[in-house]
Design a protein around this ligand. Structure first.
Ligand SMILES: NC(=O)C1=CN([C@@H]2O[C@H](COP(=O)(O)OP(=O)(O)OC[C@H]3O[C@@H](n4cnc5c(N)ncnc54)[C@H](OP(=O)(O)O)[C@@H]3O)[C@@H](O)[C@H]2O)C=CC1
Ligand SMILES: O=C(O)[C@@H]1CCC=N1
Length: 272
């Protein structure tokens, strides 16, 4: 599969790394366009792919174009693509931008898939939600899935609005987990550990708890109860979290991300 990336930032780098490691594409079959020449040289040196600061005809000799620029830059970035796409599959990872809007910017192109990955893709442990325009055929869906599966799990949804929900849950989700880990580390430091030890304890705890949850068929509530001895330490901690509205705060945070994803296109002056 030949794959061209529009934008060579963090997510493009994660995807290229996964595609090459899993041999979904060879370095010769991957091209990047990014206006930053330093970035281009860095991608060439790291992966052996071709990276350039301009769009030339060779860049369009591809099966898939991945849109990997910030939503705020996407319109300007994709306008030069309009009318040059033919049967190319366009895979957008931009947050909050519906396919209807991107298709309009691309001059009515319909061979479009929207994906929402997350940064654990950098270590091959991402999870990506995918939605295809109904006109995309099985081959197009398979190409999109092979690209995203190179950096982790994939989940198809049949309703585009669900991509905003995935953005709020797993797209932004790593930041919630890091915020929790930061807080746990800070608490560890307040209890007298140095930063490195507190971080190590916090991370090992999170990694172990997630692995236990993945390998268990018990509901999460049961796993929590298994830690919580009656009259013990965990009960004291959880009582404080409940008193401070932990679950409600997480829910409100996820809903705020969801609302933001839904309003991004409107803010750019685009109705879905
Ligand atoms: N970060 C995350 O956790 C996630 C991000 N996403 C989505 O992925 C997309 C990329 O995000 P991320 O990789 O984090 O962003 P980055 O800013 O790291 O990468 C975007 C790259 O695109 C370049 N760029 C800007 N304008 C153009 C243009 N006209 N043509 C080509 N390239 C251009 C930027 O250059 P310069 O820096 O010089 O502007 C930059 O190198 C976003 O749409 C985001 O919503 C999706 C899921 C998770
Ligand atoms: O914060 C953002 O808008 C992007 C999308 C999901 C994660 N980062």
């Amino acid at each position: 599969m030949r794959i061209s990336f529009l934008g060579g930032g963090r997510m493009a780098e994660a995807l290229i790394g996964g595609l090459l490691a899993r041999q979904v594409a060879s370095a010769r079959a991957v091209q990047v366009m990014d206006p930053d020449a330093v970035r281009c040289r860095a991608l060439e040196a790291r992966f052996g792919v071709a990276a350039q600061t301009v769009l030339d005809d060779a860049w369009f000799e591809t099966d898939v174009i991945v849109l990997a620029v910030k939503p705020q830059h996407l319109r300007e970035a994709v306008t030069p693509l309009a009318g040059r796409l033919g049967r190319i599959l366009v895979l957008s990872i931009a947050a909050g931008l519906p396919l209807g809007v991107i298709g309009r910017w691309l001059g009515g192109h319909r061979r479009l898939v929207r994906a929402m990955p997350n940064t654990p893709a950098l270590v091959g442990a991402g999870v990506t939600g995918l939605y295809a325009d109904p006109s995309v055929d099985a081959l197009g869906r398979e190409e999109a899935e092979r690209i995203m599966a190179a950096v982790g799990e994939v989940l198809w949804v049949e309703e585009e609005g669900k991509i905003d929900a995935i953005t709020a849950l797993s797209g932004s989700g790593p930041a919630y987990v890091f915020a929790f880990l930061e807080a746990l580390q800070a608490a560890g430091e307040a209890l007298g550990f140095d930063a490195a030890t507190a971080r190590r304890l916090a991370q090992a705890t999170a990694a172990g708890a997630v692995r236990l949850a993945q390998e268990s068929e018990e509901p999460l509530s049961r796993l929590r109860e298994n830690v919580t001895s009656k009259g013990g330490t965990t009960e004291a901690a959880l009582a404080r979290l409940t008193e401070r509205g932990f679950a409600e705060t997480v829910r409100e945070a996820v809903f705020a991300a969801h609302a933001r994803s839904q309003e991004l296109a409107r803010q750019l002056g685009e109705a879905p």
